[in-house]
Design a protein around this ligand. Structure first.
Ligand code: IMP
Ligand code: MG
Length: 180
């Protein structure tokens, strides 16, 4: 048998929430310059929808962060690439992330970006998964709180699969289920 997917957040709810978040970002950033720093790869689908709803000028850049590899649990170590070359000094910066789990990725990223001298630095995350022992992270623009489950879809993957799904699904791995 394969892995099991259960719907958690529909494409329709995501669309509505993304429009609201873009409205908030637009209202808060009448003064530029604004840069969205999009975290590869998971946030690309969210960011593509979000940026088309933002009504003020901005530019985009990308940073790659990986902590999970092929596992469904965080390995703890966060690898960042490209952060030092971002040209964000004096910019209002919003980091666009798919999901904040232990908070390690976003904390490492915020610390690295802060060194580059942005005028302001905020986090926009589609999902927040409250896990025990997570690092405290201020998410100024948050889509949804979700239960502590592994999720895929709308850009998020398990071993590079399921990114294309239009909604967010809980994934139960076949290996996690007790044998009968
Ligand atoms: P953190 O460093 O534990 O906060 O993990 C954040 C990163 O891990 C996110 O950028 C995601 O790429 C990935 N991640 C965390 N939870 C999930 C999940 O449930 N599904 C897919 N990816 C996840
Ligand atoms: Mg990610």
């Amino acid at each position: 048998m394969g892995d099991r997917l259960r719907p958690l957040i529909s494409a329709r709810r995501i669309k509505k929430r993304v429009r609201e978040l873009a409205g908030e970002i637009s209202a808060d950033h009448r003064d530029g310059p604004l840069t969205l720093v999009i975290v590869l790869k998971g946030a690309t689908v969210f960011a593509a929808d979000l940026m088309r709803q933002i009504g003020v000028p901005f530019v985009i850049d990308f940073v790659r962060a990986s902590s999970y590899g092929k596992a469904a649990r965080s390995s703890g170590a966060v690898e960042l690439s490209d952060a030092p070359r971002l040209d964000i000094a004096g910019h209002h910066v919003i980091v666009v992330e798919d999901i904040v789990d232990t908070g390690r990725t976003i904390s490492a990223l915020v610390a690295a970006l802060q060194k580059l001298g942005p005028k302001s630095l905020d986090v926009c995350a589609l999902l927040h998964k409250p896990v025990p022992g997570a690092l405290p992270v201020a998410i100024r623009y948050k889509g949804f709180d979700i239960p502590d489950a592994f999720v895929v879809g709308y850009g998020m993957d398990y071993a590079e699969r399921y990114r294309h799904l239009p909604g967010v699904y809980r994934l139960t791995l076949d290996a996690d289920r007790p044998p009968r």
